[in-house]
Design a protein around this ligand. Structure first.
Ligand SMILES: NC(=O)c1ccc[n+]([C@@H]2O[C@H](COP(=O)([O-])OP(=O)(O)OC[C@H]3O[C@@H](n4cnc5c(N)ncnc54)[C@H](O)[C@@H]3O)[C@@H](O)[C@H]2O)c1
Length: 484
């Protein structure tokens, strides 16, 4: 299967737009294809709308954004894409027809995945050329912020296609959950449907309003669910004996049962109650306003979970580790002459980095210099494994000097010299340059202290790390003397 540089999207509605925003953000080009030409404007708006929240998801160094193109020619899209994600309406025959058609134009090593919420992959792959490269990859709205994607293979899907899809989705910051065998509704929608069915019953029988039912989740189980699912939470609810005790205690109620297995009839009266209830909850706020609120708290929750390395926080942490490592690997490739200051960061002023004067804002200088430091320390051997062993370099002093302006989209690079190193300390000097005219934009001198992290005490660094930093320092001193 191919390395994915270009993602082809088949259908560019709500879900196609979400895929586009996520992929572009992480440096993947997107060819978006839809039958309706007006979807070009729509998808550009959807991407712009997602950018604010996506930009706040991580401060890790990102590759340049991917490029978007739009076409109404599905075959042209299929010829250009390294991976195709289908997002057309949830109708079996329509999807079968379009997938079969597109499969004639996409080389056999191009994975084709469907966003279907509940259709079975074996049914969808039936008429396709090279059906072994087809699978279901079911995302969740908003695709650009929720990491979950369910991967489901059909009878003819190859393990290689599932593996390739899993790697690609992980690369763009997702949690690929492999579903062991195909069932209608996959895993999550089956669970969500059970909950929704009960909601419809209770609203129908005037047991509660939509708002009260949402409160019954939001103030309680919803908070638990962000990091632990029903099963692990119930294991805790059983006290020391855990799940066994829980099942003994509450198992009998499952037989009564509290819940109903069939949905109620969707009468006009029930529809009206559901609509009136949710309108009251929206309290005059537009869908766009509510989306922004949802996006903001989804970003915040993932960041809160990150230090616990749990759930979506673990996914974000793994993504950031990959981004820092990718930036450091790029830097290592550029280190051709250790005698010269190391060119560790290549970046540009992202639009969300500017202040009210249109220049790069103060905090982003620290971010860019921090990325250079991270790349240098990784080069010296201070990586995630080193930090997990209870050792790290803490910043104790930073002096930034501003020399020139950097405007939105301005390409920049950072060079770094090791000024001093001893057992416990490293002093670095960074220079930030504009690429177009080599002007010096800012410099930063930073002092780092090596720390044994559990007690938070200064400690000598690993000998190999120190030796690498000392070699760089000696080379930089020689290079600096020659330059004078
Ligand atoms: N909306 C959700 O919350 C959600 C979540 C997960 C998965 N899904 C699944 O994603 C898929 C798309 O859902 P959506 O909500 O984005 O729908 P949508 O109606 O917003 O978008 C569908 C798009 O497909 C286009 N289209 C229709 N026929 C086409 C064809 N023959 N060729 C190319 N484009 C065509 C339409 O013009 C439209 O832009 C469905 O299978 C759905 O089950 C939806």
């Amino acid at each position: 299967m191919r390395q994915v540089r270009t993602l082809g999207l088949l259908g560019t509605g709500v879900i196609g737009g979400g895929w586009a925003a996520r992929a572009l953000h992480f440096g993947i080009d997107v060819v978006a294809a839809d039958l309706k030409p007006e979807m070009q404007e729509w998808i550009r708006g959807a991407i712009a709308n997602a950018e604010g929240a996506l930009a706040r998801l991580t401060l890790a160094p990102l590759p340049p954004k991917g490029k978007l193109s739009f076409t109404t020619d599905l075959h042209a899209m299929a010829r250009q894409a390294d991976f195709i994600q289908e997002n057309i309406p949830e109708q079996l025959e329509l999807k079968q027809r379009v997938l079969a058609d597109v499969s004639h134009h996409a080389p056999a090593d191009v994975v084709i995945a469907s966003s279907t919420s509940g259709l079975m992959p074996s049914d969808l792959q039936r008429g396709m050329v090279a059906p072994q490269r087809f699978l279901v990859a079911h995302p969740f709205n908003p695709v650009y912020l929720l990491p979950l994607v369910e991967l489901v293979g059909g009878q003819r899907t190859s393990a290689a296609a599932l593996d390739a899809a899993s790697s690609f989705f992980t690369y763009i910051g997702m949690h690929a959950l492999r579903v062991r065998r195909e069932v209608p509704g996959h895993l999550t929608d089956r669970l969500q449907e059970a909950l929704w069915r009960e909601i419809l019953h209770m609203v129908n029988e005037d047991v509660a309003t939509t708002g009260e039912l949402d409160d019954s989740i939001v103030y309680g189980p919803g908070l638990r669910w962000a990091a632990m699912g029903t099963n692990l939470i119930y294991h805790l609810a059983g006290g020391e004996p855990g799940m066994r005790h829980m099942l003994r205690q509450f198992g009998p109620c499952l037989k009564w049962p509290w819940t109903k297995l069939e949905a109620p009839e969707l009468t006009e009266a029930l529809i009206d109650k559901m609509v009136a209830g949710t309108q009251a909850q929206a309290a005059g706020r537009s869908i766009r306003e509510l989306e922004r609120l949802r996006d903001d708290y989804l970003v915040a929750i993932q960041q809160v979970l990150k230090p616990y390395n749990i759930g979506a926080g673990a996914t974000l942490r793994a993504l950031e580790e990959r981004l820092y490592e990718a930036a450091a690997a790029g830097a290592r490739e550029r280190i051709t002459d250790a005698g010269q200051p190391l060119r560790l960061v290549e970046t540009y002023v992202r639009p969300e980095w500017i202040d009210y004067n249109g220049h790069m804002t103060d905090s982003r200088y620290l971010q860019v210099f921090g990325d250079a430091t991270d790349a240098l320390f990784r080069y010296a051997g201070v990586d995630d494994a080193y930090r997990r062993s209870g050792r790290a370099l803490y910043t104790v002093e930073t002096h930034v000097s501003h020399q020139a302006e950097a405007r939105a989209l301005e390409p920049l690079y950072v060079t770094t010299r090791v000024l001093e190193v001893d057992d416990k300390r490293v002093r670095l000097f960074h220079s930030l340059h504009r690429r177009r005219d080599e002007a010096l934009v800012a410099t930063a001198e930073q002092l780092y202290l090596h720390v044994n992290t559990p007690p938070g005490k200064a400690s000598p660094m690993d000998a190999a790390v120190r030796a690498r930093l000392a070699d760089l320092q000696a080379a930089h001193r020689r290079g600096h003397a020659q330059d004078r």
